[in-house]
Design a protein. Structure first.
Ligand code: PSU
Ligand code: MN
Length: 307
């Protein structure tokens, strides 16, 4: 199942997979490129604790010195959270880091690849990458979208990051045959905010229903991933009207400075952190924890359905 790529698993991940107990994959780009130290380390450890509290096992994915890991110990997470020379790996350069012995953090796309390779069907993150604003001239569209179309992993997110063009991102997902399911509401959430002003294509209200949908997709055959859009809890949200002002300001600064390519998303998240005096980080952490909880419940439903 793992092909010729060896996956270094922690004992708890290996045992859980061997015994068909629920496992939730976690990405590492959110640690290295999404949040500043030390909040990033605290978030990474808290997310793991939330998953364990739900009776599932966390498997944080990263490439360390050319080795693919599923599950990281606290010392490795701490080191990664402080490192400044870590690659941001997507489908295009995941194998490059493995072949060259490099250290890289996995984005949504590369984490989906690794999770699928390891036999982990559920993955929790903050928000996926998507179609950037101005993509009609920059062509900046995240590889996360193509990965969702091809790799059968359920990605639990708070939607696409609100710095993106959400209508275009939803169109691109529809074109690629990716189901987008809002959890417990009709509206498509917008990462820091519960509502984007758009309706989500689909809605489900509990983890068991998501597992049923996934099992039916497998039976139909040739399915890729699915995007669960889980709104940030009410008490942690920042209203869309306020966020939109900060996003517009951050986008203007990025344009002035000529920020491009892989640097765009980390730059915008950093700008927004400053513009909100750190509030956006608190919300980001809260929504990741909320997604981890739901992902653990979905993983539990899937494990019991297949045992
Ligand atoms: N979610 C967050 N923070 C992040 C990301 C997601 O809350 O930093 C990362 C994910 O790894 C996602 C990546 O795959 O941003 C998208 O980057 P790009 O737009 O360059 O494809
Ligand atoms: Mn991009």
């Amino acid at each position: 199942m793992t092909g010729s790529i060896n996956i270094e698993m922690t004992a708890e991940v290996a045992e859980a997979l061997a015994q068909n107990r629920p496992v939730v994959a976690l990405e590492s780009t959110i640690i290295t490129h999404g949040m500043p130290w030390p909040g990033n380390r605290d978030m990474a450890l808290e997310v793991e604790a939330v998953i364990r509290a739900e009776g599932a096992v966390p498997a944080t994915i990263a490439v360390i010195d050319g080795k693919l890991h599923a599950g990281l110990d606290e010392a490795t997470i701490t080191k990664l959270a402080q490192a400044t020379d870590v690659m941001k790996l997507s489908r295009a350069d995941f194998a490059f880091a493995l072949a060259e012995g490099r250290t890289g953090a996995t984005t949504v796309a590369a984490t989906m690849m690794a999770a699928h390779l390891a036999g982990i069907p559920v993955f929790a993150t903050g928000g996926i990458g998507g179609v950037h604003q101005g993509a009609e001239t920059s062509f900046d569209i995240s590889a996360d979208l193509d990965e969702l179309s091809r790799t059968p992993v359920i990605v639990v997110s708070a939607g696409a990051k609100a710095i993106l063009d959400i209508p275009k991102t939803l169109e691109a997902l529809e074109t690629r045959g990716v189901p987008v399911v809002a959890f417990g509401q009709d509206a498509m959430p917008a990462f820091w905010s519960r509502e984007s002003g758009l309706a989500a294509p689909l809605r489900l209200d509990d983890a068991a229903a998501i597992a049923r949908f996934e099992i039916t997709r497998r039976a139909l055959g040739g399915h890729g991933g699915m995007l669960i859009a889980n709104p940030v809890p009410v008490e942690d949200e920042i209203a869309a009207a306020e966020m939109n002002r900060h996003i517009a300001a951050a986008l203007a600064t990025a344009r002035e400075k000529g920020i491009e390519g892989k640097a765009v998303t980390p730059f915008l998240l950093g700008e927004i952190l400053n513009l909100t005096d750190g509030e956006s980080l608190k919300t980001n952490i809260a929504l990741v924890l909320n997604n981890a909880r739901l992902a653990a419940r979905i993983a539990s439903e899937l494990a019991s359905a297949s045992s």
